[in-house]
Design a protein around this ligand. Structure first.
Ligand code: G6P
Length: 612
């Protein structure tokens, strides 16, 4: 949700900043802008994507070796040139970029306006840089001190970077609740919302902590203080991220690449954790908490979006294998409803980015309540990963397409491993069932590969239904969340209205929508509920609905009933979401492409939602 990038060193900053913005465009693409220190701080900014900014910057002096840049997901003020970042201070000597929300900006703006300041934009960010300059002038302090004082005044979330005419050798950056990483090169420094714009140049990074300010000087290097002016020691981490993971690798879109990566990414999520030879599941990040799990009275899963759907799959899995009651909560609801939290509760926060504001707030609330809080995150070093007491990384690799795909299957894989490990430790799963499940889990990457072979069938279905305006997705049991996730994928990237429902619940409402124009996607698994779901199919058929059925290979149970079938490999019921979600991801992808939608950057969405 807004991407920020900065560079100071010996090379021209412009190409580094533009490339960095492109890597961060998944975070927002309403407008883009750049500040370069030429003779003085110069701003170039425009509505729309980074390529519009490049167009605007053709012919400008690109020799400056210091600059900051921003790609925006609008919160305060419509996406236009005026509201695009960077923003100048009143004198034009300072420029700021910002990711986050200054919640008390209106009060500060009123106060500054009453003292004669005139604002150029509708943003909260401009208020912050006005406040900083106002403090510098009135309190007669330097920029760092003024930033510290201003940040003690503001309420909200921020990752900011500031450059100044008076000190062209310095970038000042700070963060609270929005991510910020500093890349430590040799005689050069980078800042960014995540490490993706940086790793091309250096893998040594420092993650700034909440309420820390970094003063990055070309000659003297990095100095970090808190907003209360306490000096802290930078902790340099070495990242193992490869550049190829950030490229499309021959695919038309990141989303398609990420869908096809799943046999590998699911395998990576299990690597070193599932030992088939010895029949062991071991998650190092929660090993020390095994006792807590065994004695837990309840597990609460908090998440948003696709991660919430993974949480729902996890609920079926954990309850079945560990017999611990599980509740799955939207983090945004959990955090504001005075939830009952007990010290014997385990709270699992699931988040691909590890930065989702609501999930992070839910983590903090659960910790205050005394629960044991663990994370399932994909981004290493992310805020949620750091705010939790333990947990496991999904190791799916960078997910860049805004619509989440491989992160979902990685999260479900992790939850499966977790349920197996706890169930075994607790004795709620028999040795035979444990062995059967881990053996089957080992075959999942291969089965996902086979499920990806449905692509050609799915393309034909997509061609046929690309112009339909509504879709219904129905599943039962552990495949109900898959129906929700399939519907979400279609909504997100093709802008077609789609609903996921438990198949039997259809009778209580959605059945009224069914006519000859309504495609209904059924997830039919070979289990004890199969006959029941076939009855649901009959009910749709009787009302002339169009039936698209996902069935297990070789199963002819929907012959004569379904208009289209998508055969997928059979697996254990508990593991089936990993296989059945694949054709639904592909369907959403192909329909969106056929409708001319920008699948990697769907309108109004952002990958990392760092505002509530
Ligand atoms: C946004 C993204 C979704 C994602 C959700 C939660 O809405 O577009 O793809 O599922 O945030 O994000 P998280 O990073 O916490 O999993």
């Amino acid at each position: 949700m807004c991407g920020i990038v900065g560079y100071i060193g010996y090379r021209p900053a412009y190409p580094i900043l533009i490339k960095g913005l492109k890597r961060l465009e998944y975070r927002g693409y309403d407008s883009a802008g750049i500040a370069l220190i030429q003779d003085e701080v110069k701003l170039y900014k425009t509505k729309g994507k980074v390529k519009n900014l490049e167009e605007l910057c053709k012919g400008i002096d690109q020799t400056s070796t210091v600059g900051i840049a921003h790609t925006r997901w609008a919160t305060h003020g419509e996406p236009n040139d005026r509201n695009a970042h960077p923003h100048y201070s009143p004198s034009g000597k300072l420029a700021i970029i910002h990711n986050g929300i200054i919640e008390n900006y209106a009060t500060i703006k009123q106060e500054l306006t009453s003292r004669g300041y005139e604002f150029q934009s509708d943003t909260d960010t401009e208020v912050l840089i006005y406040l900083i300059e106002d403090i510098m002038v009135n309190e007669k302090v330097d920029l760092v001190k003024a930033v510290q004082m201003a940040l003690r005044t503001v309420i909200g979330a921020y990752a900011i970077a500031i450059v100044s005419n008076d000190d062209p050798d310095t970038i000042i950056a700070a963060r609270k609740s929005s991510p910020l990483v500093i890349g430590m090169g040799i005689n050069e420094y980078f800042i960014a919302s995540d490490a993706t714009p940086i790793i091309e140049y250096t893998k040594d990074v420092v993650y700034l902590n909440d309420e820390e300010i970094a003063v990055i000087n070309r000659n003297t290097g990095l100095r970090i203080t808190t907003i209360s002016n306490v000096e802290t020691t930078p902790y340099i981490q070495h990242l193992e991220l490869s550049l190829s993971a950030l490229e499309k690798g021959g695919f038309d879109h990141f989303m398609l690449k990420e869908i096809f990566e799943q046999p590998r990414s699911i395998g990576d999520s299990m690597r070193g954790r599932l030992n088939l030879k010895e029949g062991i599941v071991n998650l190092g990040g929660i090993r020390d908490m095994k006792d807590k799990f065994i004695h837990a009275k309840r597990i609460i899963i908090v998440a948003c979006g696709t991660s919430w759907h993974a949480g729902l799959v996890g609920e079926y899995m954990l309850e079945e294998l560990t017999r611990i009651p599980v509740e799955v909560e939207y983090a945004s609801e959990f955090r504001y409803r005075n939830p009952i939290i007990d010290k014997d509760d385990i709270v699992i926060a699931i988040s691909q980015s590890g930065e989702t504001a609501d999930t992070l707030a839910a983590v903090n609330l659960a910790r205050q309540g005394g629960a044991t809080v663990i994370g399932i995150c994909n981004v290493i070093g992310s805020s949620i990963a750091r705010a939790t007491q333990g947990g496991s990384y999904t190791h799916a690799g960078p997910e860049i397409g805004v619509a989440s795909t491989k992160a979902f299957t990685a999260q479900v894989t992790l939850l499966t491993l977790m349920a197996l490990m706890i169930g075994k430790g607790k004795g709620t799963i028999s040795n035979t069932r444990f062995d059967q499940l881990i053996k089957e889990l080992g075959t999942i990457p291969e089965k996902v590969k086979v499920s990806l072979e449905t692509d050609k069938t799915v393309i034909k279905i997509a061609e046929h239904f690309q112009s339909h305006r509504n879709f219904l997705y129905l599943g039962r049991g552990i495949n109900f969340p898959v129906a929700l996730e399939g519907a979400l994928k279609l909504k997100e990237i093709s802008y077609i209205h789609a609903e996921g429902y438990p198949a039997a619940e259809m009778k209580h409402g959605p059945i009224a929508l069914i006519d000859e124009h309504m495609p209904v996607i059924f997830l039919v698994n070979n289990n004890e509920l199969k006959e029941k779901i076939i009855s649901n199919i009959q009910e749709v058929k009787a009302r002339k609905g169009i039936i698209i059925a996902l069935v297990n290979e070789g199963d002819n149970c929907v012959d004569g009933l379904a208009d289209y079938t998508i055969p997928i490999p059979e697996t254990d019921e508990l593991l089936s979401p990993l296989v059945s979600i694949i054709p639904l991801q592909l369907l959403a992808y192909h329909i969106a492409v056929m409708r001319g939608c920008n699948v990697d950057q769907p309108r109004n969405l952002a990958k990392s939602v760092t505002v509530e």
